[in-house]
Design a protein around this ligand. Structure first.
Ligand code: FAD
Length: 606
């Protein structure tokens, strides 16, 4: 078969015959590449990571780790208590503020995502804000501790060929100016939005550009004296000179301004430090010292790859989908892709799954990316639309500023301004998108914010609090979650918010959950199931049993009742949960063993 790519290495690069043989090659040492490498190392599956550059960019990019991302971290032994100690503290991140400039007029606020104590009814780990490089370093440190993953920096993917179920990848060692081949069973492309792997595979993307041109300016400033008590994660600036938002990663230093600009008036090529300073000064609204670190133009657009794989090469993260940052969904989507594909890869390499298991990666994850991408563009269009109308369009800046002030202070027009802000609420509450997607559903959710726990196949196992760590030695062990960052909770409430139903699920096992009143029945089912599975899946496939009332207990209250009723445990039903904490199926007490076996074997592609 001909190589998938015409890309050659640099002209003065020589070829070498040194071959590497590895089960899985990961292309790209960004957050998704490292997250996958960490997960595979937990499974005991060997991989090699190649990263094109010696170091990562310092620009912060993502700031919001969704509840789901943190739940996934916890399952893979990345301590969420440690993650939460890094990054922006809850008080500083709680609000989205709308202002004419940081030092100017305060217009209104919305909560930034769900950081109220009530959200802990639905997730054990509420959203946390942390600069992407800090999170990447956290994962990288852990990866170094794992000690089993080889990372080759300054090594770049050039092309690949597939023959049978093997992939031969040509890699350029950019230091040595040599190319070499890596033979692997799978290649996972985590090489970002401009993925060379995707291009090599000739995979097109669907999506559209809104042609809104944006500029991201990375700067360093102590903004605390300017904003005083008006802290917040995002500060939307409604000034006629600059319509955009400041992400307050660290209000005492590291910040980003993302703004809309008119390329006819200021073509991207004409931007320089001086112009960036002018725009930043307008956004800050007073004269304070700051350093401009970089500026980068981009277009508000969305792209989702038309397919997520060719043969044994798979796209993950931004290589598969890219959205504008309005919604904070890109990185979170990529990390959940990784979670979905990791156990499937492990199953195949450890022979408890067959190749068709990987086909469910695309059917599970692509729909999520479509929904996220549409929501991110909608958010961007709505909010920049609002800013444009408020910023007023008078060519004379002083007149435009006067008009804006008039609109926000005049009792006749102010309610409309506040209504416009209120209309952005969904943009800043994505709980439904973060934890509500159900694999197999193709409907676009009516609201990004609405989350209703779902107790059916494809849904994430709903969270409810356990009274204590699961007692069965066969279930995984996790450190208690520390919710003391939520000031409203007293000591006794904190004591009941340490372990989640999600903690019942080991990352490398299926989990059958039932009520202790039916332990004999479901133990018999498992005893019959296991020898049958042994024949097709060998002894690598693990199914853990978790009996409510015996192996774990739920904190009493309405959520307990809802959880037990939702899964119909008191009527003898059981729920089989996949290693990625999504429900494979719910079974009534009368279900035949053959049906459960068929469901598992079909899912695993055996
Ligand atoms: C301003 C901003 C704010 C954002 N905010 C959020 C947010 O709050 N929440 C959120 O979820 N997302 C957010 N995002 C999106 C998030 O930053 C991306 O989704 C995320 O970085 C994607 O990670 P990745 O690992 O898939 O790709 P990348 O981070 O792009 O990493 C890809 C890696 O592959 C390497 N590579 C490329 N080509 C090759 C090659 N040929 N060979 C080897 N290696 C290669 C690159 O050098 C890079 O290190 C934001 C983005 C921006 C710009």
């Amino acid at each position: 078969m001909a190589p998938h790519s015409d890309h050659g290495p640099d002209p003065d690069t020589t070829s070498s015959t040194n071959e590497v043989d590895i089960p899985i090659l990961i292309v790209g040492g960004g957050p998704t590449g490292f997250f996958l490498a960490h997960m595979l190392s937990q499974f005991g599956v060997k991989c090699l990571v190649i990263e094109r550059y010696p170091t990562r960019l310092a620009a912060p990019k993502a700031h919001a780790l969704s509840p789901r991302t943190l739940e996934i971290c916890r399952q893979f032994d990345l301590d969420v208590n440690d993650v939460r100690r890094l990054g922006t503290q809850r008080d500083d991140a709680y609000w989205v503020n709308f202002v004419t400039s940081l030092a100017g007029y305060y217009v209104g606020s919305l909560p930034y995502e769900r950081m109220d104590a009530e959200v802990l009814e639905h997730t054990s780990t509420m959203i946390h804000n942390i600069p992407q490089p800090t999170f990447e370093q956290f994962v990288a440190k852990r990866l170094a501790r794992d000690g089993v993953v080889e990372i080759r920096r300054n090594h770049s993917f050039v092309s690949c060929m597939q023959h049978g179920d093997r992939v031969t990848t040509l890699v350029e060692d950019r230091d040595a100016k040599k190319t070499y081949e890596v033979c692997s069973r799978h290649v996972i492309a985590c090489d970002g939005a401009k993925s060379r792997v995707r291009e090599t595979l000739k995979i097109e993307s669907e999506g559209e550009s809104t042609y809104d041109t944006m500029m991201t300016i990375h700067f360093n400033a102590d903004l605390r004296p300017v904003i005083n008590k008006q802290v917040g994660m995002l500060h939307w600036i409604m000034d006629p000179e600059v319509s955009g938002f400041i992400i307050g990663y660290d209000l005492s230093g590291n910040q980003v301004l993302i703004c809309n600009f008119d390329p006819n008036k200021h073509p991207a090529e004409s931007w320089d430090e001086q112009h960036s300073r002018k725009i930043l000064t307008a956004a800050i609204g007073c004269s304070i010292p700051f350093d401009v670190l970089s500026w980068r133009p981009w277009v508000l657009s969305r792209k989702v790859a038309e397919r997520y794989s060719v043969g044994n090469v798979f796209l993950v993260g931004d290589a598969a989908h890219s959205f504008p940052p309005t919604g904070g969904l890109g990185l979170n989507c990529g990390l959940a892709d990784v979670h979905n594909i990791a156990y499937k890869l492990a199953a195949i390499h450890q022979k408890w799954g067959g190749p068709s298991l990987l086909a469910t990666y695309e059917s599970d994850r692509r729909q999520v990316a479509l929904v996220y991408s549409q929501q991110s563009v909608k958010n961007g269009q709505q909010i920049f639309g609002l800013l444009k109308t408020l910023g007023t369009t008078d060519n004379d800046l002083e007149t435009a500023k006067r008009n804006l002030f008039q609109r926000i202070s005049d009792p006749n027009s102010r309610p409309d301004v506040l209504k416009g802000i209120e209309g952005q609420r969904e943009h800043f509450d994505n709980l439904g998108l973060h934890i509500g997607y159900v694999y197999g559903d193709t409907e676009i959710p009516a609201s990004a914010s609405l989350f209703v726990p779902s107790y059916r196949a494809g849904a994430r196992l709903p969270h409810a609090w356990l009274t204590s760590a699961p007692s069965s030695a066969k279930l995984p062990k996790f450190p208690p979650i520390d919710c003391s960052y939520v000031d409203e909770l007293d000591a006794s409430a904190l004591g009941y918010k340490q372990f989640s139903t999600l903690d019942l699920c080991a990352f490398d096992a299926f989990t059958l959950i039932f009520s202790t009143a039916f332990t004999t029945h479901w133990s018999n089912v498992l005893s019959e199931l296991r020898p049958n599975l042994l024949k097709s899946a060998g002894n690598g496939l693990k199914i853990n049993a978790a009996a409510l009332g015996e192996d774990f207990e739920l904190v009493a209250g309405a959520r307990r009742n809802e959880w037990v009723m939702g899964l119909q445990l008191e009527r003898g039903a059981a729920v089989l949960v996949r290693p990625d904490q999504h429900i494979l199926n719910c079974y009534g007490v009368d279900t035949q063993v053959g049906e459960i076996l068929k469901g598992l074997v079909t899912h695993l592609g055996l």
